[in-house]
Write a protein that binds this ligand. Structure first.
Ligand SMILES: [Zn+2]
Length: 517
């Protein structure tokens, strides 16, 4: 039903408009209460006997894009109750319309509060200016603080984690109600005692999700001995990946050996080997031509005629039998390599000196063999650093876990070399993958066999950690609760903290993070 707009519909409930004027700064609306009486705040008696009148100036919601100031003609009343100590009182309005001593109407205050919650001080203040809301940065923060937190609902399932006030410097603790998906507390530090104090006030808590290790496990055990602790799944999977990285780090020496066997760096070769290597490259070129011709159905006889190689060589190439880099021959040093390694490690690195001492042990070879061995060792050691830089353990761990389809040809060769050269690492990778699968698929029955398999492996220390925290890890596999959403709340907290530009006092953070519904 269509109705004429009455001016009282534009102002807060319970007021009528006396006059409306406009100036450069906005609209000024004079109002007064429709009620003829008011109630004494001390004794509750209603009085109609007016003592005097005065004006209250208030900010209200903007109208048609212009700021609005309300001028309320308020009254003072006599209290006539015999036993009331108060003789005069000022007119009261409904709190949801106009609070005592307020400088804003309740409806404006409500908007200011939510703007502050959503955006924080300064960003909210500049947005408020756009909306023609007359509030400063400080006012916004004050309103957020004043409204405080909504009613606290005692939680039964909580997630607890730490968060950084300042990166690597100061930490606090965040506690989330995982059922209601909300932050319910920020503690000023991450001391177990502080967390324990908070948790022990909430004896109804049944489940505590927390990361592995750290003080929260202990705090929860002391404060809530009957509650189930759940290790955080996200951290479990992360820790497992880290365990594999550690295994790669431990195996770097073997890995370098395995990669070195598969790739040839000409700089590492001795003069004699380089000549062989160049021959190898020439052979490879010829091989490619021969194979190309054969693929185009050119007869062997014709290939022999064109290339100039013997029939026997062409046959060998076609059978894939001519791809060795070096002529295979038994080194005369073979029997002495262990002794040489020991001498090398002990710092005896002069080739001719080593040769003289080897001769004393019955070595029949010439000095050149030994000095070439020594110079190769030297080059290999120098190259160690560059090899390291080219393929860090982190990169290798990644290459080994992303699956063949994601690898370049060179990377595939590297990974294949590692897999055949360092089988323990392949085992470790399988163990870690099956742990992560177990967590994701929630198959608790696999935990015991997994531990059996992991204990003697390269990731044994990770397995030991799992054993120490077995109840919580089991709960992580079976329970529906995880700290995943706590991570999300921390992200939100960081955002709020950043918006406060160093005004991130705990109560204010709390008001904004917890108060935001
Ligand atoms: Zn009274």
């Amino acid at each position: 039903m269509r109705q004429a707009l009455r001016s009282s519909a534009l102002v807060p409930r319970g007021f009528v408009v006396d006059s409306a004027t406009s100036d450069d700064t906005g609209l000024v609306i004079a109002v007064r209460s429709v009620s003829s009486a008011s109630t004494c705040p001390d004794c509750g008696t209603t009085s109609k006997r007016i003592h005097s009148r005065y004006r209250r100036r208030l900010a209200d919601l903007p109208m048609a894009g212009r700021p609005v100031r309300l001028v309320v003609l308020a009254r003072r009343f006599h209290c006539d109750a015999v036993l009331c100590g108060r003789h005069i009182f000022v007119e009261r309005f409904d709190r949801d319309v106009l609070a005592p001593r307020a400088r804003r109407t309740a409806r404006l205050d409500h908007i200011v509060h939510h703007l502050g919650l959503a955006l924080g001080g300064r960003p909210a203040a500049s947005f408020a200016r756009r909306l023609m809301l007359p509030v400063s940065n400080d006012t916004l923060l004050r309103v957020v603080r004043r409204h405080g937190s909504p009613l606290f609902v005692p939680p039964t399932v909580v997630g607890i984690d730490d968060w950084a006030w300042r990166r690597n410097q100061r930490y606090g603790t965040i506690i989330c109600d995982l059922e209601r998906r909300r932050t319910i507390a920020l503690l000023p530090d991450r001391e177990p005692a502080t967390a324990q104090g908070w948790l022990s006030d909430q004896p109804q808590i049944e489940v505590v999700a927390r990361d592995r290790g750290g003080g929260y496990a202990l705090a929860a055990a002391k404060a809530l001995p009957r509650a189930t602790q759940v290790a955080d799944r996200w951290h479990l999977i992360e820790n497992a990946s880290r365990a594999f990285l550690d295994a790669v780090r431990k195996s770097m020496r073997q890995i370098r050996g395995a990669i070195g066997a598969a790739t040839i760096n000409p700089k590492l070769l001795t003069a004699a080997e380089r000549i062989q290597y160049e021959g190898y490259l020439r052979r490879e070129d010829a091989n490619a031509i021969i194979l190309g011709l054969a693929k185009n159905q050119v007869a062997i006889k014709e290939i022999v005629r064109r290339i100039g190689h013997s029939r026997g060589v062409v046959r060998k190439v076609l059978r894939g039998q001519r791809s060795d880099v070096f002529r295979v021959r038994e080194s005369s040093l073979e029997a002495h390599l262990q002794w040489l390694d020991e001498q090398w490690a002990a710092g005896h690195r002069n080739g001719s000196e080593l040769w003289r001492r080897l001769k004393g042990q019955g070595f029949r070879g010439c000095a050149r063999v030994v000095s070439e061995w020594a110079s190769r060792r030297r080059r290999a050691e120098k190259a160690d650093g560059t090899l390291n830089r080219a393929l860090s353990s982190r990169t290798l761990a990644r290459l080994m876990t992303i699956g063949r389809d994601g690898l370049s040809r060179a990377e595939s060769v590297t990974v294949a070399a590692i897999e055949s050269g360092v089988p323990l690492l392949v085992e470790a990778r399988e163990i870690i993958a099956s742990f992560q699968a177990m967590v994701r698929q929630k198959s608790l029955a696999d935990l015991e066999p997994w531990l059996e398999r992991a204990r003697p492996s390269l990731v044994a220390s990770f397995a030991n950690g799992v054993v120490k925290d077995k109840a919580a890890v089991s709960a992580a596999i079976t329970s529906p609760w995880s700290n995943g959403q706590t991570e999300g709340q921390i992200t939100k907290l960081k955002l709020v903290k950043r918006q406060m530009y160093g005004r991130g006092k705990l109560d204010l953070l709390q008001a904004r993070v917890i108060g935001a519904v």
